[in-house]
Ligand binder design. Structure first.
Ligand code: ATP
Length: 374
């Protein structure tokens, strides 16, 4: 079991900065998911932990020891890649054990015993004599996991290991990975660009953009209290709505005023009268009945509807903006219908339009203010 500390990591490739000052601690036995858009530096960060890249600045510290200059083989870190990297001419068994003798730390008997144990855990005992071409995507994925497990690593680095699988198999493998982690408890860093995967898998989720970690929190905290507009829009599907508003103080109340509507804010703590970007999630907007249309916060026009099975997503035009509103799956709207929409004013987020940092969450504002200002 191992604690990973990343201390001020920077990685430059010529003029490109792939990692831009990452400091992060991954606790012993933790399952941390690193999520971010393509090209944000996730793989580079993983490769730096594994020792496949040398950082331009900063240190990788494993259990209190700086290993920044150590060879990958000396770190006891196992990495599973998106394409599984299996040798096509070798059986699953050979793929799993290849190179283990040369390390010298395993006897043949020990390797055999470990293969049996690992194959049992991953349910691949019947597949060990097959070559990769004779295995399905999910089976190849298990063999690649088996190869990593067999070495009894201190750290698992999983780089988009499920992205080649179909949706159903991905769901199944996600559950299996969680179960596996519960059983073996190895410190694991899992990279994905898929926010749903991040939210379902991670004990904590680190959101990365442009080489920087924007926020590290539990999935629910990340969802309810995003620290930046980027994290707010990246996490959650359908994505959070963000529209420009002017925050105003009138009488003893604060309001977020859009060109077409006005939403009262529960408090004015931390606010000033100026422009903000207002974020509100689609499920925190509510279509009202006919009789309440007049008094609703927003008067919008239905642009598109998207049935989602358990809900209906209504794209609603409001002035120059479009708001996505989640509503009852059995409601029926025609394009061009006029609808009244209320905003759950406990669920409003305000972002600084200049730097994208969150300035205000209407719920739990007090509790979060200090953290945000840190
Ligand atoms: P993806 O999800 O698409 O795999 P990522 O978040 O893992 O993306 P990285 O592969 O870490 O992103 O790449 C981060 C940036 O660094 C990209 O702009 C990429 O082009 C650049 N980069 C990565 N490796 C190298 C390299 N060896 N030489 C030059 N540039 C590189």
């Amino acid at each position: 079991m191992t604690r990973i500390e990343l201390d001020g990591l920077v990685k430059e490739f010529d003029s490109l900065t792939a990692i831009d000052g990452v400091s992060l601690t991954i606790e012993d036995g933790e399952f941390l998911v690193l999520v971010g858009p393509s090209g944000c530096g996730k793989s580079t960060l993983m490769r730096t932990i594994a020792g496949l890249e040398t950082p331009t600045e900063g240190d990788v510290v494993l259990d209190g020891t700086a290993v920044t200059d150590w060879e990958p083989k000396d770190r006891n870190v196992a990495m599973v890649f998106q394409n599984y990297a299996l040798y096509p001419h070798m059986t699953a068994r050979r793929n799993m054990t290849f190179g283990m003798n040369s390390v010298g730390s395993f006897t043949d008997e020990e390797i055999d015993r470990r293969v049996e144990e690992t194959a049992d855990i991953l349910d691949i005992a019947d597949l060990l004599d097959r070559k990769p071409a004779e295995l399905s995507g999910g089976e190849k994925q298990r063999v690649a996991m088996g190869r990593a497990l067999l070495r009894d690593p201190d750290v698992f680095l999983l780089d988009e290991p499920l992205s080649n699988l179909d949706a159903k198999l991905r769901d199944q493998m996600r559950a299996e990975l969680q179960q596996l982690h519960k059983e073996i408890g190895t410190t694991t860093v899992y990279v994905t660009h898929d926010q749903t995967e991040a939210m379902t898998l991670g004990q904590r989720v680190a959101v990365m953009n442009d080489g920087e970690i924007q926020q590290v929190d539990s999935p629910q905290t990340l969802y309810d209290f995003p620290n930046t507009q980027f994290a707010a829009e990246f996490v959650g599907s359908p994505a959070m709505n963000v529209v420009p508003v002017l925050v105003e103080h009138a009488g003893d109340r604060w309001f977020a005023t859009h060109e077409q509507f006005r939403v009262p804010l529960p408090s004015g703590e931390g606010l000033a009268e100026r422009q903000f970007a207002m974020g509100v999630r689609p499920e925190d907007l509510h279509v009202v009945g006919e009789s309440q249309h007049e008094s609703a916060h927003i008067d919008g026009t239905v642009k598109v509807t998207e049935p989602q099975g358990d809900a209906l997503l209504v794209h609603c035009r409001v002035g120059n903006d479009t708001l996505r509103v989640l509503t009852d799956s059995r409601a029926s709207y025609e394009i061009g219908d006029s609808i009244g929409v209320n905003v759950d004013d406990r669920r409003v987020h305000l972002f600084d339009p200049d730097d994208g940092r969150t300035v205000y969450h209407s719920e739990g504002q007090q509790a979060r203010t200090e953290a945000i200002l840190e």
